[in-house]
Ligand binder design. Structure first.
Ligand code: NAD
Length: 254
C-alpha cells in the first residue's frame, strides 16, 4: 500500500487530495497547523474509506517540526512514497498603489506579508521536500508534487504570493533534476479553484476573472485532486520536472 504525506490537508484542495488518496487506499499522513481540524478530517476519511493514517500538527516552515513529523510518520508507516506540498497562504497584503500617500505607511505591513508568504509557501515546500527526499532516496522511489498557481506567471498585486509560487515552479525543476532518475518531482498550477482562498474574493472580481476563463467557471478541488492522483501514480511514470496547469484554459486568453 502506498504512503503519502499531504500538507495543509484540513480543508480546500489539500482535503480533496486527502480524500482522493483515501479512495485509493493510500496510508495518509495529514499535516496541518490545527491538530483538532486535521484529526476530524482523518477520522471522517477512516470511517468512509477504511484507510490507515496519522494526523500531525506541524507548521511546514519550521524545520524541526517537519523533521519530527516526517520521522513519526515514517516510523509508523514504514515508507514515504508521495509528498504533496499543498500548504499555502495568501496574506492579501496588496501593494497600496491606489492610495500612493499610504505607500510608505504600508511598507512594514507589505514586508511582513512578503516574508510570511515566502516562508510558508516556498521555504515550507523546500523543507518538506528535503526531508521527504531523505526517506525516498534510500527507497530509490518517490513522487513529490508541488502546488503553484496561475499567479506564478501573471502579474499580481500580492508580490510575495506571486514570487513564492514562481519559486515553487523553479524549485520543482531543480529538485526533479537533482533527484532523478528514481524520484519524480512535478508541480500543479491551479487556476481559480472554488475554496476558502477564492471565497474571500469580492464578487465583482470573481466575475471579471470568470470572463477570462475559456471554460467560464472556477475549477473544483476534485479536479486538482485527480491531477495529484495521476502524478502520484505510476500512470505518470515518465513525467518529471513538469508544471501541469489546471485552469480551464486561462492562459490561452493571455
Ligand atoms: P486553503 O486556505 O483553503 O487551505 C490551505 C491549507 O494550508 C489549510 O489547511 C491551512 O491550515 C494550511 N496551512 C497554511 N499555512 C500552513 C503552515 N504554515 N503549515 C501547515 N499548514 C499550513 O487554501 P486552498 O485554496 O485549498 O489552497 C491550497 C493550495 O493551492 C495553496 O498552496 C494555494 O496557494 C494553492 N492554490 C489555490 C488556488 C485557489 O483558487 N484556491 C489557486 C491556485 C493555487
Amino acid at each position: 500500500m502506498k504512503t503519502a504525506i499531504i500538507t495543509g490537508a484540513s480543508r480546500g484542495i489539500g482535503l480533496a487530495i486527502a480524500e482522493e488518496f483515501a479512495r485509493l487506499r493510500y496510508t495518509l499522513g495529514l499535516i496541518s497547523r490545527n491538530q483538532e481540524e486535521v484529526e476530524r478530517v482523518l477520522e471522517e476519511l477512516k470511517t468512509r474509506y477504511s484507510v490507515d493514517g496519522y494526523a500531525i500538527e506541524c507548521d511546514v516552515s519550521n524545520k524541526d517540526r517537519v523533521l519530527s513529523a516526517f520521522e513519526r510518520f515514517h516510523q509508523k508507516s514504514g515508507s514515504l512514497d508521495i509528498l504533496v506540498n499543498n500548504a499555502g497562504i495568501n496574506s492579501r497584503r496588496t501593494l497600496p498603489v491606489k492610495s500612493p500617500e499610504k505607500w510608505f505607511e504600508g511598507f512594514e505591513n507589505n514586508l511582513s506579508g512578503w516574508r510570511e508568504e515566502l516562508d510558508v509557501n516556498l521555504t515550507g515546500s523546500f523543507i518538506c521536500s528535503y526531508v521527504a527526499a531523505g526517506y525516498m532516496i534510500p527507497q530509490s522511489s518517490g513522487s513529490i508534487i508541488n502546488i503553484s498557481s496561475v499567479k506564478a506567471r501573471e502579474p499580481t498585486s500580492s508580490p510575495g504570493y506571486g514570487a513564492s509560487k514562481a519559486g515553487i515552479e523553479k524549485l520543482t525543476i531543480d529538485l526533479a533534476k537533482s533527484l532523478a532518475p528514481f524520484i519524480r518531482v512535478n508541480c500543479i498550477a491551479p487556476g481559480f479553484i472554488d475554496t476558502g482562498m477564492t471565497a474571500e474574493l469580492p464578487s465583482e472580481k470573481k466575475f471579471s476573472y470568470m470572463e477570462e476563463i475559456p471554460q467560464q467557471r472556477f475549477g473544483t478541488v476534485q479536479e486538482v485532486a485527480k491531477t495529484a492522483a495521476f502524478l502520484a501514480s505510476s500512470d505518470s511514470s515518465y513525467i518529471t520536472g513538469a508544471v501541469i496547469p489546471v485552469n480551464g484554459g486561462y492562459f490561452m486568453t493571455q
